[in-house]
Design a protein around this ligand. Structure first.
Ligand code: SOE
Length: 380
């Protein structure tokens, strides 16, 4: 049995736990929250016996083999470093750390200790994204010349919407790009097999001042609040960004991110054009892939292993028509990761993002922030 400890069990930490509980041979042994009272309440809700109000205590449990980190971004560096020092394998939420320098440091630590490391880029694990990667690598789309899309949400639409992610001291110099643009860029590079080489960004802060509720609000739960007591807070990170891209193979592209797009709940959208075919995919309709052709009818590929390339089958657990969605991506990601944990080393067939990909996303985000400030193109 592989024992796991989870640090941070709000919205996303609970998703980690639910997915881990669907894997054979994995046991969620303990959780840590920001204080003991909260930890006890979370442990009760999640039916976990062992809980800590201080994550350092959790790391002292020698029976714990793997640690998942799902805390606010500014806590990742210390927690990842300490977990590695304690000899634990680590799965960390994105962004891996607050900047690429810190990310490089934890990558070096992890490599020198021989631990298995992962960053929670779950969107790769929608089965049709593994299928798309194979379609592109087998040349079915032809030469890729355009990669575009968006990642849009509406949970920060109102000036009364508030969350720790709005505070740059906790979340970093970028918000929309770091939080959801990072997913989009990881996906675009993963499926296309091409690296982004140049960026030109334009940011907007739609609410330069927001109203902070005087009590704490969990990610997404702000919609349930009544506007009672608020304090004005100046916002120094972007609600919206558009980024022009050039890829190393000469392909062009663009993506838009927004956390203020009314009606777009959590929609990643990717469109890729090649010299033979195009594809389009929408994460809110994640079980279908649109395939565009010039000389024949356009078609929809439905997620069904019998219609998909064999390399993508590992991400499919249910037959066609039995939809697999957001929580399933976490299960598939951890299935891949825990295979390596059990093996004790990273296998060539693994497709989860590692700390190396975590460094990459931070480097991209840093250049995008700089490009917006300098108002021009920058090389990565
Ligand atoms: C909040 O914007 C968030 O929870 C992201 O942090 C996640 O990575 C994404 O899956 C959904 O939205």
């Amino acid at each position: 049995m592989i024992n796991v400890g989870i640090i941070g069990v709000d919205f996303i930490g609970a998703v980690h736990i639910e997915a881990l509980r669907r894997l054979p041979g994995v046991n969620v042994k303990a959780i840590a929250s920001s204080n003991l009272e909260r930890a006890e309440q979370n442990a009760k809700n999640l039916a976990i016996d062992e809980f800590y109000g201080d994550w350092r205590q959790l790391l002292k449990d020698e029976a714990i083999d793997v640690v998942h980190i799902a805390t606010p971004n500014n806590q990742h560096f210390d927690q990842v470093k300490a977990a590695i020092a304690a000899g634990k394998h680590v799965m960390c939420e994105k962004p891996l750390t607050m900047n690429s320098k810190e990310a490089k440091e934890v990558f070096d630590d992890a490599e020198s200790k021989g631990i298995i490391h992962g960053v929670n880029f779950n969107i790769r694990f929608y089965p049709l994204m593994h299928q798309l990667k194979e379609m592109i690598s087998k040349g079915e789309l032809g030469r890729i010349h355009t990669v575009s899309g968006s990642y849009q949400q509406d949970w920060l639409l109102l000036e009364t919407d508030y969350n720790w992610r709005l505070e740059s001291a906790k979340s970093g110099d970028s918000r929309a790009v770091a939080d959801i643009g990072s997913h989009w860029m990881d996906l675009a590079e993963f499926v296309s097999g091409q690296k982004i080489d140049e960026v030109c960004a334009d940011f907007k802060t739609i609410h330069p001042v927001r109203k902070k509720p005087l009590k704490e609000v969990e990610t997404y739960s702000g919609k349930m609040l009544q506007p009672e007591d608020y304090a004005d807070v100046e916002i120094d990170t972007e609600d919206y960004a558009s980024v022009l891209l050039n890829f190393e193979n000469g392909a062009g592209g663009v993506f838009t991110v927004s956390q203020c797009a009314a009606g777009r709940k959590n929609r990643a959208y990717l469109e890729i054009h090649g010299t033979k075919k195009s594809i389009a995919w929408d994460s809110e309709l994640c079980n279908q892939l649109w395939v565009g052709s010039r000389e024949s009818m356009n078609s929809l590929l439905l997620r069904d292993a019998s219609l998909m390339h064999s390399e993508s089958h590992k991400t499919v657990d249910y037959p066609g028509g039995h939809n697999e969605g957001f929580p399933d991506t976490f299960k598939q990601l951890y299935k891949d990761f825990y295979k390596d944990v059990a093996l004790g080393s990273k296998s060539d067939s693994s497709t989860y993002a590692t700390f190396k990909d975590g460094i990459r996303e931070l480097q991209l985000t840093e250049r995008i922030v700089e490009s917006n400030e300098k108002r021009g193109w920058l090389k990565i």
